[in-house]
Each structure stands twice: as structure tokens, then as C-alpha cells.
Design a protein around this ligand. Structure first.
Ligand SMILES: CCC/C=C/C(=O)SCCNC(=O)CCNC(=O)[C@H](O)C(C)(C)COP(=O)([O-])OP(=O)([O-])OC[C@H]1O[C@@H](n2cnc3c(N)ncnc32)[C@H](O)[C@@H]1OP(=O)([O-])[O-]
Ligand SMILES: Cc1cc2nc3c(=O)[nH]c(=O)nc-3n(C[C@H](O)[C@H](O)[C@H](O)COP(=O)(O)OP(=O)(O)OC[C@H]3O[C@@H](n4cnc5c(N)ncnc54)[C@H](O)[C@@H]3O)c2cc1C
Length: 665
């Protein structure tokens, strides 16, 4: 802990119990305790140092990632960490690497799509790192369109094997994390062909590299796809390319939980929806929502603390300069992001609950909630990642010039985070999936079918299509029912408008295609409603700790009214509220910002991040920013010598030449 706390005065103005807010943020006292322990374990270990990361070459960075992953594993084994502790430890190491895909996709794919026998065979190997796996789905030619993948897996009944082949250049697997250099195995998605028939995409476990010397197995060509956006950042990951030339694998390496190929080559599909093949993606999408709140809260923590330290311009009478956090513009840009971090945290918890519930139902062969799980994971993944990526960049701007320095932590955080808008489903593609489900739900309303889950509000169609908001003062917008009604009416009316427009087209498909920009907006409105609803529900729960509930209430209102203000066009165009009511919402928002202001630093302290995890001189807990910035600059390799390399080759001759010219004049 720092000797002098430059943010002490800020912390003293907090009107709530920060320790209890930590519990509300983490989910339980146990969660705070474990996270704290793991974060400190990582921060105190020199192997996990990361302040020099942006200065390493790609090769050095990759080797550093291998070293950290091996050391993390050693610590996990030595300390006999539980699964929960090990996950947290990896999170705090905070360096993308092959282990993310090994634990995050390879293992879940086998768990979700492998038979019990297959799980029994492969999972122990993966759990002990006797094999390292990745998830090889995307190809050079196709990523979003999974049904369009080209790799083939043709069954050969003579040898009881599948022949895995890449028939074209565009069928090369392209992007899988961990594939380029680290993985020994992959779950490969390929078109299953048996008895001359193409049965579409299925998963297969394929060994890629020797377990003795790591060389590629015969028929396998593979490597890294090259450098990516930003210095350091996601370049620690070996995203890879992979081609197969008639590689043979035993039949029992097809993941056979959902469908099987018999010894004779008969294709048998179990009586389950074929979309269960996409289960690993659904699992990862729900975890990405929780990750969004982590990335967003990190950026917000840096920007809030620095805005409290940074001062610009004096008062009229030459008094002390003003903390930039006191500028209303700074507050109106920053506090909605702070509120969004909390909103995403709580909707992430809810989504995790939904996912667990759906998984239990699927195990009991109840598939009724599959569509709800798909719509919520796809939509929330899309909205939370898009907002977070934009917000990290906004936090960089909120930190002025210093935000552009690598030592602020923000450039790297942005570069690591921004592909989340693309991986696990491009956000536009995912929102169009939500829109399709919305249109299906609207079309079923006429038949009297009652929508369920997060679509249930659509059942109130008669009321929501004609209701008028009763808000008549700014304070009325603090009523959760007023907020809920406005968001429900906006989402439903946008969906119904789209459905009406589509119905006028020559065909449903053509109408959907023509109206897809409007459909995106309708999907976003629906997802924002879910986030607002889950935040309101959270605040309705019993929340212990002095002032904690009040702060969360204020943040919930900030989130909802900020969205209302930002998307005012939607609310006005659908007639849910009047321009005057829109103005009242904005007035209330200003009052809420004033309420958040004295609590802002304490609200980011409640994230409980160590300085190591934040990785930012601007976001330091003690607020002692300037000496740290100054010191950090000297660590740059350019400052290793006073006279730079290249001086004698390029600078001196140039200067001397000009001096000579001048002396001749
Ligand atoms: C750390 C970073 C690591 C990154 C890793 C990666 O990126 S890995 C790579 C990540 N790659 C990607 O994320 C690729 C993104 N692309 C995709 O996920 C799919 O290609 C697609 C969903 C866009 C279309 O799929 P399609 O052409 O097969 O389907 P369709 O549109 O014709 O709809 C047919 C029906 O299926 C339903 N349904 C669809 N999905 C699901 C689901 N998950 N669950 C349940 N249901 C689902 C849909 O609602 C519809 O229902 P209806 O109306 O019949 O009742
Ligand atoms: C960092 C990173 C890690 C990754 N890790 C993995 C991994 O481990 N394993 C793996 O298999 N894959 C991985 N991927 C691949 C990733 O899943 C795909 O890139 C992603 O699904 C998007 O597909 P695409 O690249 O084909 O984009 P495209 O679909 O080609 O997108 C291009 C543009 O077309 C638009 N578009 C596409 N279809 C439609 C449509 N129907 N309607 C309207 N617009 C459309 C998109 O919005 C986008 O603007 C990774 C990607 C990245 C960037």
C-alpha cells in the first residue's frame, strides 16, 4: 500500500461502505477473498511482471507467454489450487495465450459434444496438460457462415477411419488461438461425408503435432498467421493456419454425443436439435459478457482515478486548478461508462445463471429454452463487447495525452479487447440472429402464443403498443416502473415496425435483407431492455452494507437514463415518450451525475484491482501519477543510450552536411 494516498480526500467523501460494495461486485464474500488472494499472488511474483510487455519483440513476447503459462501451471499444482482459484490466477496473469483456448474452448467442446467414453479418454489428458488443444473452426474463406465451411471428414469403412482434408486454399483453418505454435491437438470442424452423402459440419479431435518433438504430423501443414493490431496486446497469442492433406484419424475421434457414424458408415443423428453443435460458442459467448464488465471496469477505474488527480484551468480569481473530474462534460462521458461496468457485471451474473439452468434442462432432454439461451448469449455478447471496446477508447480520450502512452495501460487494453467484437461471432451477425428470433416472436403473437423468458414483455402487446408515459417531472424518471415501461414499449414498437415493413416485401427473406439495418437497432433495443431489467431486479434485492443499495440504485438510473438520452430518437419516433419527457430524463441524469461525483473513486475502488492487474501509471491506487509517469519514460529502450543508435549513420551526416552548406553561403 502506498505511503501517501493522493486520493485520500476523494475516498473520504464516499457515502457508502466500500468493503460491502466489493462483495456486491464480486458476488459474495468468498469471491472477494479468493480474487484478492489470487490477484496478490500474481502481483508479487516477478515471473508475472508485465510492465515491459509492449517493448518485447513478437518472438520474445511469445516465449514470455509460454514461460508465464508454465509458471502459472507450476504454481497451480504446487499450491493445489481449486478450479476457481486456478481460473482467477490465469485471469490475473492477464496475457492472452494458448491456455485460454485449451481451457476455454477445447475442453468445453469435448465436454459438450463428446460421449462419456470420449470424455473419459481425452479430458484427463487435457486436464494434466499431457496434450494441448485448440478450437479449429474458422477458415480463410468462412468464419461467420459456419455452414459454409469447406474442410472435409470423409469416412473410410475399409479402415474405420475419417480422412480429414483441406480441398482448397480457402478451406485452410485460419485464426484458431493456440494453433500456430503451441497446440498438439485440435477440435476440428469439418463436413462429415459418409456413404457419399454430405451431412454438414461436425467436430473431430485431431492430433496435429508429435508429442515427442512437437513437429507437425504427416499431412499437417501449420503455422502462425502473423502480427496483429497493437504492440504487445494480442500478439502474445499464436493464432494459426492449418491445412490437412488426407490425414487419417480413427472413427472414434469424431465427437459423437449428438450424432454418430457406425462401423458400417451409417450416419445416426440422436433425437436432439442440431444447433447443440454450436454449444461451445454459446458457452464462450456467455463468459465474454462477464469479461466485458472486467475490461470496462479496468478502463473506467483508470479514467476515474486519473480524472480525480488531473487538474486543468484555475478558477476566475486565480485559485487552485480544477480536478477534471469536476467538469460536467467529463462526468457525462465517464459516469455512464462506470454505470455500464456495473450493469454488465450484473447482467453477466444473470446470464451465467441462465446458461447453467439451460444446460441442466438440456441434460434432462428439455430443449425448450435453447432459443432463449441463443438469443441472450448472442445479443448480450454483441452489445456488451461493442460498448466496452468504444468505452476503452473513450477512457483513453478522457485521460488526455497521457492516455495515449503505453504506460497508461489503455492502448494495450483496447488492442487486446477490440477483437471481442469479432470473435465468437461478429456482433452484427449475432444481432441479426436476435432480430430473427424477435421477428418470429412477433409473428406468433397473432396466434395467441405467449412469449416467455426475456421475450415475455411482448405478450403485453395491446398495452405496450399504445401506452403513454406518465412522467411529468424529472424525479418521476427515478421510478423503475416508468423506466421499464418506456424501454419495453420502445423495444416492442421497434420490433413490430420492422415486422410490418418486412411483411410488405415480396418475401420474408427479401424483407429481412432490406430492413436489416432497422432490425439491428430493434435487436439492440431488446438487449438494452434486458440489461436495464436485470439491473433493476438486482437493485430490488436485499443488498447489505451502508449506502451500497443507494449507490447501485443511482448507477442503475444513470445507466437507463443515459441509454434513453443517447437513443432519444428511438423513444420519440416510436411515440413512447414526448420531447418534454425526454428533456426531463436528461435533467434527472445531470442530478444523478452530481450524486455519483463524491462516490466515484470509491465506486472504482470496489472493483478491488491491484496495481499489477490494472497495469496503468494513471490508474495507480495511490494516485501518485506524475513521478510514476516520469520514471516509466526512462525505462524505454530508446533511453538506454543518451545518443541514439543511428546518430552516426544518419543524424550527424545530415547536420554536418547542412552546416557545410551554410558555411559556404
Ligand atoms: C478468446 C477468443 C476465442 C475465439 C474463438 C472463436 O471465435 S471460435 C469461432 C466462432 N465462430 C462464430 O461464432 C461463428 C458465428 N456464426 C454462427 O454461429 C452461425 O453460422 C450462425 C448462428 C450465424 C448461423 O447458423 P446457421 O446457418 O446454422 O443457422 P440459421 O441462421 O439458419 O438458424 C437456424 C436455427 O438455428 C438457431 N441457432 C443458431 N445458432 C444457435 C445456437 N448457437 N444455439 C441455438 N440455436 C441456434 C437459429 O435461431 C435458428 O432457429 P430457428 O429459426 O430454426 O428456430
Ligand atoms: C483475435 C481472434 C481470435 C479468434 N480465435 C478463433 C479461434 O480460436 N477459433 C476459431 O475457429 N476462430 C477464431 N476466430 C475467428 C472468428 O470467430 C471469426 O473471425 C468471426 O467469427 C468473424 O468471422 P469472419 O472473420 O468470417 O468475418 P466476416 O463474416 O467475413 O465479416 C466481414 C464483415 O461482413 C459482415 N457480415 C458477415 N455476414 C453478414 C450477414 N449475414 N449480414 C450482414 N453482415 C454480414 C460482418 O458484419 C463484417 O462487417 C478468431 C478471430 C479473432 C479476430
Amino acid at each position: 500500500m502506498a505511503e501517501v494516498d493522493h486520493l485520500a480526500a476523494e475516498r473520504a467523501t464516499a457515502r457508502f461502505d466500500v468493503e460491502e460494495m466489493k462483495v456486491a461486485w464480486a458476488g459474495s464474500r468468498h469471491a472477494v477473498h479468493v480474487a484478492d488472494r489470487m490477484a496478490r499472488l500474481v502481483a508479487s511474483d516477478p515471473v508475472f511482471r508485465k510492465d515491459n510487455r509492449t517493448m518485447l519483440s513478437r518472438k520474445e513476447l511469445f516465449k514470455d507467454t509460454l514461460r508465464k503459462a508454465a509458471h502459472a501451471w507450476k504454481r497451480i499444482v504446487e499450491l493445489r489450487l481449486t478450479e476457481e482459484e486456478a481460473d482467477l490466477l490465469r485471469q490475473y496473469v492477464d496475457q492472452p495465450g494458448y491456455v485460454d483456448l485449451h481451457w476455454g474452448m477445447f475442453v468445453p467442446a469435448i465436454k459438450g459434444q463428446g460421449t462419456e467414453e470420449q470424455q473419459h479418454k481425452w479430458l484427463p489428458l487435457a486436464y494434466k496438460f499431457q496434450i494441448i488443444g485448440c478450437y479449429a473452426q474458422t477458415e480463410l474463406g468462412h468464419g461467420s457462415n459456419v455452414q459454409g465451411l469447406e474442410t472435409t471428414a470423409t469416412f473410410d469403412p475399409k479402415t474405420d477411419e475419417f480422412v480429414i482434408h483441406s480441398p482448397t486454399l480457402t478451406s485452410s483453418k485460419w485464426w484458431p488461438g493456440g494453433l500456430g505454435k503451441a497446440s498438439t491437438h485440435a477440435v476440428v470442424y469439418a463436413r462429415l461425408i459418409t456413404e457419399g452423402k454430405d451431412y454438414g459440419i461436425h467436430g473431430f479431435i485431431v492430433q496435429l503435432r508429435s508429442l515427442e518433438d512437437h513437429s507437425p504430423l504427416p499431412g499437417v501443414t501449420l503455422g502462425d498467421i502473423g502480427g496483429k493490431f497493437g504492440s504487445g496486446a494480442y500478439n502474445s497469442m499464436d493464432n494459426g493456419v492449418l491445412r490437412f492433406d488426407h490425414v487419417r484419424i480413427p472413427r472414434d475421434q469424431m465427437l459423437m454425443r449428438l450424432s454418430q457414424v457406425t462401423r458400417e458408415g451409417k450416419y445416426v443423428h440422436s433425437n436432439v436439435p442440431k444447433q447443440l453443435l454450436y454449444g461451445t460458442m454459446v458457452y464462450v459467448r456467455q463468459s465474454i459478457v462477464a469479461d466485458a464488465s472486467k475490461a470496462l471496469s479496468r478502463a473506467v477505474c483508470i479514467a476515474v482515478r486519473y480524472s480525480a488527480v488531473r487538474k486543468q484551468f484555475g478558477s476566475q480569481d486565480g485559485g487552485p486548478e480544477t480536478q477534471v473530474l469536476n467538469y460536467k462534460t467529463q462526468q457525462s462521458r465517464l459516469f455512464p461508462l462506470l454505470a455500464s461496468a456495473y450493469a454488465f457485471r450484473f447482467v453477466g451474473d444473470w446470464l451465467n445463471w441462465l446458461y447453467t439452468d439451460v444446460t441442466q434442462k438440456l441434460e434432462a432432454k428439455d430443449f425448450s429454452t435453447l432459443q432463449e439461451a441463443h438469443a441472450c448469449t448472442a445479443g448480450l455478447k454483441a452489445v456488451t463487447t461493442s460498448v466496452t471496446a468504444d468505452a476503452i477508447e473513450e477512457c483513453r480520450k478522457l485521460c488526455g495525452g497521457h492516455g495515449y502512452l503505453n504506460s497508461s495501460g489503455l492502448p494495450e487494453l483496447f488492442a487486446v479487447y477490440v477483437p471481442a467484437c469479432t470473435y465468437e461471432g461478429d456482433n452484427v451477425v449475432l444481432l441479426l440472429q436476435v432480430a430473427r428470433i424477435l421477428m418470429k416472436t412477433v409473428s406468433q403473437l397473432a396466434s395467441g402464443k405467449q412469449p416467455v423468458g426475456t421475450m415475455a414483455y411482448m405478450g403485453k402487446v395491446q398495452y405496450l403498443m399504445q401506452c403513454k408515459s406518465a412522467v411529468s417531472s424529472a424525479e418521476d424518471w427515478l421510478n423503475p416502473d416508468a423506466i421499464q415501461e418506456a424501454f419495453e414499449a420502445r423495444a416492442l414498437r421497434m420490433a413490430v415496425n420492422c415486422a410490418q415493413n418486412i411483411s410488405q416485401a415480396a418475401s420474408q427473406e427479401e424483407g429481412f435483407y432490406e430492413r436489416s439495418p432497422d432490425l439491428l437497432e430493434a435487436a439492440v433495443a431488446h438487449i438494452q431492455l434486458i440489461i436495464v431489467t436485470k439491473f433493476i431486479e438486482k437493485v430490488h434485492q436485499e443488498i447489505p452494507g451502508h449506502g451500497v443499495k443507494e449507490q447501485l440504485q443511482a448507477l442503475c438510473n444513470v445507466y437507463a437514463l443515459y441509454i434513453l438520452h443517447k437513443h432519444l430518437g428511438d423513444f420519440l419516433a416510436t411515440g413512447c415518450i414526448t420531447p418534454r419527457q425526454g428533456a426531463l430524463a436528461n435533467e434527472q441524469l445531470g442530478k444523478l451525475y452530481a450524486q455519483v461525483r463524491p462516490n466515484a473513486v470509491a465506486l472504482v475502488d470496489a472493483f478491488n484491482y491491484t496495481d499489477h492487474y490494472l497495469g496503468s501509471v494513471l490508474g495507480r491506487y495511490d494516485g501518485d501519477v506524475y513521478p510514476a509517469l516520469y520514471e516509466e519514460a526512462w525505462k524505454d529502450p530508446l533511453n538506454e543510450t543518451v545518443v541514439p543508435e543511428g546518430y552516426h549513420e544518419y543524424l550527424r551526416p545530415l547536420i554536418k552536411q547542412q552546416q557545410l552548406k551554410l558555411s559556404r553561403l
